[in-house]
Design a protein around this ligand. Structure first.
Ligand SMILES: [Zn+2]
Length: 506
């Protein structure tokens, strides 16, 4: 997983502006040194920037035909200005910026920490809209930490979660600022480019093809996906005519097909649980690379190709990883976390449906899995923090914030809630959650509030110890369950496999 540098000295002046765009943000007067900013995320204080709301990104990328050279790129950002700005900070940390225009006029720019700090000719007033055009390179060479472009055997893919989209393109790199995306990818003949969303045109000229894709739904930067490779695109139809497409290295298409053919049935199963699939398309991207995890990039989940061509992996395991990433399309993608401390809402739900599927389709007991998680839970909390208040990522630790406390630990919170309010209310809550917050962002307190509404009683007193306590509360209905003695050493892997396969492979 992406490593993060700690920015202990990074300014936190904007910390209180997170989620509060009404609070006026007083940025530095021009002439003062450029400073990296953030929106004060507790786990990644340097991510995002105050003073604007991105409406759309247009990314034009030109692939040179080899994945060890930079791509030429133009990123165009349309944004609404939410505070008077002398400067605009974007997150961008890995590439060369050639020029920046603001509303068609050249602007000066400089780097500061992991920010690109832009000074437009004229200050921007609150309430107006603005267009920022950045001409830059996008560099697939290692950035000194993981994340961003993934070099595959035949091209490139992306893995930006949680804080690495700004290694690929300039952006407001926080899931609380979702936006529409257009991708225009030019690659030499013989390559196929696919990105999130729906195809919106193909143009051919002089030995190269330009592929355009658009997202008809807003998306967080961390969920962007662009695949460039010698790929085959396999198309099929899902429930109620949903367009599905998988992107597979051409040489492995036949072998992967029996797995890929299971997607429509998995979507139907998830729709029974959570309601309509929230996007216009879905599919799997099989990358020919050892990445050690799978990732729920919106409408096009990223997997290691080997998972589908290695005959040694049990069917229930492969399918439950597929369902995990699919469940994220509702939980994590359509409903994005308001801050990274809400990560358990992503991973807890994805692990929950992964485990439920393994029970219903593979006969693997959910209760046994939850009992084992209960036994490990105090140790996970000691090592990684409570599910809804996880510890910050540690520099040099590969796993970052993606620890068992938010995966099986998060699913355990959902199990406790289902035991407490009953299956009918729980299932109603799940559907209402993804309906109410569709295409938006939501926080842990939103979840507690909605659970209370659906249950018809205030669940704060019940859920807060589960979400924020250092000790695991008693499990409703299972007073005999015991947490094992605390062990400060984190479990090397969750009780059941999470989608981050690094734990099970190392
Ligand atoms: Zn996940």
């Amino acid at each position: 997983m992406p490593l993060t540098r700690h920015h202990a000295t990074r300014r936190r002046r904007a910390a209180t502006t997170l989620l509060a765009s009404a609070v006026s943000v007083c940025l530095l007067a021009s002439g003062a040194p450029a400073t990296p900013l953030g929106i004060g995320d507790r786990l990644f204080p340097h991510l995002g920037n105050p003073g604007y709301d991105v409406l759309s990104y247009d990314l034009a990328l030109t692939y040179p035909g080899s994945n060890d050279q930079p791509l030429q790129a133009v990123t165009t950002i349309d944004a609404r200005v939410t505070a008077d700005l002398d400067r605009i900070n974007l997150d961008f940390a890995h590439g060369t910026v050639r020029s920046v225009d603001v509303d068609g006029r050249p602007a000066s720019f400089t780097g500061a920490g992991e920010d690109l700090v832009i000074t437009p000719e004229e200050a921007l007033d609150e309430g107006r809209s603005t267009r920022i055009t950045v001409r830059h390179t996008s560099d697939p060479a290692p950035a000194g930490r993981e994340g961003g472009w993934v070099r595959t055997a035949d091209g490139l893919a992306m893995a930006n979660q949680a804080d690495a989209a700004h290694l690929v393109f300039p952006c407001n790199d926080h899931p609380s600022d979702k936006a529409m995306f257009t991708f225009r990818i030019t690659a030499p003949d013989g390559h196929t480019a696919v990105a999130n969303g729906l195809p919106a045109g193909v143009g051919r000229a002089r030995g190269a093809t330009t592929w355009t894709y658009r997202t008809p739904h807003p998306m967080a930067t961390e969920l962007a996906q662009v695949s460039i490779g010698r790929s085959t695109v396999l198309r099929r139809t899902g429930p109620h005519g949903l367009h599905l497409r998988d992107v597979v290295p051409a040489a492995h298409a036949a072998k992967a097909e029996p797995w890929l053919a299971r997607t429509p049935g998995q979507i139907s199963w998830m729709e029974e649980k959570a309601g309509r699939y929230p996007f216009a398309t879905y599919g799997l991207l099989l990358a020919d690379a050892s990445i050690g995890f799978a990732l729920e990039t919106q409408t096009l989940s990223l997997f290691e190709r080997e998972m589908f061509t290695d005959p040694g992996l049990p069917a229930w395991y492969v399918e439950s990883i597929m369902v995990h990433e699919l469940a994220h399309q509702w939980f994590g993608n359509s409903v994005s976390p308001r801050s990274w401390s809400d990560l358990w809402l992503n991973e807890g739900h994805a692990t929950w449906y992964e485990a439920l599927y393994a029970q219903e389709k593979g006969g693997r007991s959910l209760e046994a899995r939850m009992k084992a998680a209960y036994e490990a839970s105090d140790g996970w909390r000691a090592a990684g923090g409570p599910p809804a208040r996880p510890e910050p990522p540690e520099p040099g630790r590969k796993i970052g914030i993606f620890r068992p406390n938010v995966y099986a630990g998060g699913a355990l919170v959902l199990y406790a809630l289902r035991e407490e309010i009953g299956r009918t209310a729980f299932e109603r809550l799940e559907r209402e959650w993804v309906t109410r917050h569709r295409d938006g962002t939501a926080s842990t307190s939103d979840f507690v509030r909605l659970a209370s509404v659906i249950a018809g009683r205030d669940l704060t007193g019940f859920l807060h110890p589960w979400l924020y306590g250092t000790a695991t509360p008693p499990m409703p209905g299972h007073p005999e369950w015991r947490a094992a003695a605390r062990d400060a050493t984190p479990a090397r892997r969750p009780v059941a496999p999470a989608h981050r396969l690094d734990a099970s492979r190392e």
